[in-house]
Design a protein around this ligand. Structure first.
Ligand SMILES: Nc1ncnc2c1ncn2[C@@H]1O[C@H](COP(=O)(O)OP(=O)(O)OP(=O)(O)O)[C@@H](O)[C@H]1O
Ligand SMILES: [Mg+2]
Length: 504
């Protein structure tokens, strides 16, 4: 298994984790470090924390703020139920809004003084023994996108940890464990699983070119991990702490895609009552991932080519030339060369984006990775709940008899995404603690083995075993230990069969 992590973020968690376990840092410093780490992990611009001042009025007061002027904030008091922070404090329930200005709960008074033009806010209650002791809030993502489900999940975990700091002296150890869990969960997001030659070649190439700024084209069928690899290249390179901005060129009509990419000035089109920066600007110093680039309309292809060549552009309705430093990674499941020949994709753009290309293999060509992937997805999708043995921890299911060979017999047209979704469903739907082939209702025989009528039962049996073992060995790249595991037999027995059936 290959571990790809986002070094900067992991490092941040490690730092806090070790500080907390060993040093006797002041609680203020710890909280400030903690909020900043959370903010950086989701690339939010600002964060602040407010505490309930007293049990009677329950008014909130600023306690910590990053990226903002604390001096301006310390005299502000927010009554319960007022504004987003007040509502969260009153109800004890988080609020995430990606359109804060139009949210009726948005508190104009504070916003006008300090948070100008906030678009997204994620605000969480700080609960200690079911009592709200304050709130922590995060404003606007650096790339201008709203908070995703993953972001919210990460922030919520941090918010849940903060109250523990107030009991710090009592429960340092508990917190250390919670950090470890968070770390593990975060690292898993960036894992690329696979030991096959085919995938290892791709990983090595991606790591090697991470340091350069060369444009990369990632090609592969749907679900082969194109987006995952784009992240890998970004995370392994010098831009890892800078924005990673992603856009799907196939999902948007040409006119909207253009605005999204280049931004616009106020009045550029009928509904543009304010200006907005585009994704090229948002990705400045970082990486722009253009997914489904093969779907890009022809006139957008010309415009894209121009920015890549000139490293500058003009916003819609603007006059000023804006310079950007952006690394371009593109992905497609289409055959761009064929499209160039047919005249549907510009040849000049193709050469520009295809300085280096990574071709991700379909899962059917690296079936030997299925056992590792299966183990990984079982871990990833096991619910975090109390186990029957009373211990805290994930209730992971075991791999039942015949499961791996069943899964390896299928051709996985939807590749790893299909395998992951299928595994997730089976884990949810299986009551017992073992996953069996029945939980995966597809016909796993791609090519039935032909045995002519008239042969003896022993010959038919041998023919079947010959083909079956040969195919399994092929899928493991000739690795007998792995093949024996899949076939669920002893390695020595497999060797005997190989000899007996004259498999070479
Ligand atoms: N080698 C791998 N190890 C672990 N997980 C993987 C691997 N490859 C892909 N995945 C997982 O499979 C899913 C699909 O991957 P991803 O979205 O990167 O594929 P894609 O090629 O971009 O697909 P599409 O063409 O449909 O957009 C994701 O959940 C991803 O985390
Ligand atoms: Mg994708």
């Amino acid at each position: 298994m290959k571990l790809i992590d986002n070094q900067a973020n992991i490092q941040a968690i490690r730092t806090i984790s070790s500080l907390f376990k060993t040093a006797s840092m002041e609680i203020d410093e710890l909280l400030s470090a903690m909020i900043n780490t959370a903010r950086e992990m989701v690339a939010a611009k600002n964060a602040s924390m407010l505490l309930v001042q007293d049990d009677k009025t329950k008014k909130l007061q600023y306690y910590q703020a990053s990226g903002e002027n604390m001096g301006q904030l310390k005299d502000i008091e927010i009554p319960p139920g007022v504004g987003i922070a007040g509502t969260v404090s009153k109800t004890g329930k988080a609020i995430v809004s990606n359109d804060a200005q139009n949210d009726p709960r948005w508190y104009k008074k504070v916003s006008e003084e300090v948070h100008d033009q906030v678009e997204s806010i994620a605000c969480f209650p700080l609960l200690l023994d079911k009592r709200v002791i304050g709130v922590v809030q995060f404003f606007d993502k650096q790339d201008g996108a709203g908070y995703s489900e993953k972001d919210v999940e990460i922030l919520e975990r941090f918010a849940n940890m903060i109250p523990m700091f107030f009991q710090a002296s009592k429960s340092r150890q508990v917190l250390g464990q919670e950090f470890d869990r968070l770390k593990e969960k975060y690292m898993r997001r960036y894992m690329i699983v696979g030991e096959s030659q085919a995938i290892k070649k791709c990983i090595t190439l991606a790591e090697r070119l991470a340091d350069s700024k060369a444009s990369v084209l990632i090609n592969g069928e749907s679900g082969t991990g194109k987006e995952l690899f784009a992240h890998l290249i970004h995370d392994k390179g010098p831009r890892q702490t800078k924005p990673f901005v992603s856009v799907s060129c196939g999902a948007l009509p040409a006119s909207i895609l253009e605005r999204e990419l280049f931004g616009h000035e106020k009045g550029a089109f009928t509904s543009a009552d304010s200006g907005k920066i585009g994704l090229f600007e948002a990705a400045h110093t970082g990486t722009l991932f253009l997914d489904e680039v093969g779907e890009m309309p022809p006139d957008m292809q010309v415009k894209l080519l121009r920015v890549i060549q000139e490293e500058s552009f003009i916003r819609l309705g603007g006059t000023e030339t804006i310079k950007v430093d952006v690394r371009i990674i593109t992905a497609t499941n289409r055959d761009l060369e064929q499209m160039v020949r047919e005249g549907t994709f510009r040849q000049d753009l193709y050469y520009r984006i295809n300085v280096i290309d990574i071709k991700l293999p379909p899962l059917r060509d690296r079936k030997e990775d299925i056992p590792d992937l299966v183990a990984y997805f079982i871990k990833k999708h096991s619910p975090h709940r109390r186990r029957t043995d009373g211990n805290e921890g994930p209730a992971t299911k075991k791999i039942g008899k015949g499961l791996l060979s069943h899964l390896m017999g299928y051709s996985w047209p939807g590749n790893i995404r299909e395998l992951e979704n299928t595994m997730e469903r089976a884990i949810v739907l299986t009551d017992g603690d073992e996953l069996t082939p029945e939980a995966f209702p597809f016909d796993s025989q791609d090519s039935p083995i032909e045995v002519n009528v008239g042969a003896s039962l022993k010959d038919a049996n041998d023919a079947f075993r010959h083909t079956f073992i040969t195919n399994t060995l092929k899928s493991t790249g000739g690795n007998r230990t792995k093949a024996a595991k899949i076939l669920n037999v002893q390695r020595s027995y497999l060797s005997r069969l190989i000899k007996e059936l004259e498999i070479d």
